[in-house]
Design a protein around this ligand. Sequence first.
Ligand SMILES: NC(=O)c1ccc[n+]([C@@H]2O[C@H](COP(=O)([O-])OP(=O)(O)OC[C@H]3O[C@@H](n4cnc5c(N)ncnc54)[C@H](O)[C@@H]3O)[C@@H](O)[C@H]2O)c1
Ligand SMILES: [Zn+2]
Length: 423
Amino acid sequence: MTRETVFTYGAPALKFGPGAADEIGYDLQQYDARRVLVVTDPGVAATGHPDRVAEQIRSFGLEAVVADIAHVEPTDESLEAAIDFARSNGPWDAFVAVGGGSAIDTAKAVNLLTSNAGELMDYVNLPVGKGTAPAKPLKPFVAVPTTTGTGSESTTICVLDVLEQKVKTGISHPRLRPTLAVVDPRLTLTQPAEVTAAAGMDILCHALESYTARPYDSFEAKRPEQRVPYCGSNPIADMWSEKAMSLLAGSFRQAVRHGEDERARGEMALAATFAGLGFGNAGVHIPHANAYPIAGRVKNFHPAGYPEGEPMVPHGMAVALTAPEAFRFTFDASPDRHVRAAELLAPGAGRPDDLRDFLPGVLTELMRDVALPNGIGEVGYTEADVDDLVEGTMKQQRLLATAPREVSEEDAAAILRASLELW
Ligand SMILES: NC(=O)c1ccc[n+]([C@@H]2O[C@H](COP(=O)([O-])OP(=O)(O)OC[C@H]3O[C@@H](n4cnc5c(N)ncnc54)[C@H](O)[C@@H]3O)[C@@H](O)[C@H]2O)c1
Ligand SMILES: [Zn+2]
C-alpha cells in the first residue's frame, strides 16, 4: 500500500467574543443579502436571542424573518417541514441559525434544499440515503451557537434521525459548512445546567476522539477527488484538541454549577469552537458511532433540562456514556496520547498503576461531577439490548474507519456491555 502523505484543513470565517452577535447585520450586508431567514428552535426563541439578532439585522435595512422551525435533535420529518416552510416563504438571500446543533443543522439542510433541487433523502449519506453531492453552491450562512457543544458552526455535517429506519445519520459535504461562525459566549449564559453538561461532554469527546483517531498518514494514499472532510488525526487538528482539553479542565465543572460565570462560559465557548475546528477535519470514532444507536433506539428516557414530550438521549450524553470504555479499548493504539489527554483534563492527577485506567478514571470522575447518568443502563438499556445496539454501531462504518483499532462486533459488544454501569 502507498501511504497517505497529505492532510487537509477547512474552517469557516470566525468572529468570537461577547458582543459578536451584535454585528451580524453588518456581516450580512457584506454578502449583499436582502431577505434573511433566522432559524431557531422554540426553546432558544423563548430566550429572546433570535429576536434580538433579527432586530439588529433589520437595523441595517435588511428583511429578517424568525422561524422556530428546528426540532431539538432533528429528524427527517422535522427537516422536511423546515424545508417546506423555507421553500414556500422564499426566496432567501442568506440564512442565520441561532441555537445549538439542532438549529444550526436544520439551517444547513434548509440552505442545501433551497439552493439545490431534489429531496432531503437524495443527499443523506449512503446507505440510508442516496449520498448525492449538491450540484450548486449554497447561500451565505451565518451560524450563531447558543450551546457550548457540537461545533456544528465549524463543520460540514448535518445530523438527523431517520425515523422509519430508527437510525441517526447525516449529510456531509464541504458546501454545508457555514460561511461565518459568530460565537458570542453571552448567548450561552441561559443554557440550562443539564444542557451545559451534555453539550460539554460532546466537546470533550470531539477533542478526545479526534486526538486519538487513526493518523492521517496510516491510510492508503487518496486521489484528490477521493479526499473526505475527515482525514484522521493530524498536527493541526491535534493542536486544537489539546487546547480544548485544557480549557475544559479549567471551566467545565464551573460552567455547569455556576452558569452565570462569564469567564467559565467564555472558556467553554472557546473549547467548543476549538474542538469543532479539530474534529471537523480529523473525525470522530467509537463513542460517536455508539451514540447513534443509543440515541436512535431510545425507549422512554426523559432528560431534565430538555423539552418534555418525546423520549430522548441527548447527543452529548449518548456520546459520553461509552467513552470511558471506548478509550480503554483504544489505549494500546497510542498509549502516550491517552496519558497526555488524561493529564490535560486533570492536571496534577496521580497516575494509576495501570495507565490503561487513567483516561477512563478521569472521564468517569468528570461525568459524576456534572451529573451525567451512570452508564447506558440508566438511560434504559439492559444486557438484552446489547446485540441490537451493536448492529446500530456497526452501521456507522464511516466513523469506525477513523478508529485507531479495527472494531469487531465482539469488541463493540464488550464496550457496550462494560458501559451498562460505569461506577
Ligand atoms: N453538525 C455537527 O457537526 C454536529 C456535531 C455534534 C452534534 N450535532 C447535533 O447537534 C444536536 C445537539 O445540539 P446541542 O447539543 O447544541 O443542543 P440542542 O441544539 O439540541 O439544544 C438543546 C436544548 O437546549 C436549549 N437551548 C440551547 N441553547 C440555549 C440557550 N442559550 N438558552 C436556553 N436554552 C437553550 C434548546 O432549546 C434545546 O431544548 C444533535 O442533533 C446532534 O446530533 C451536530
Ligand atoms: Zn458530537
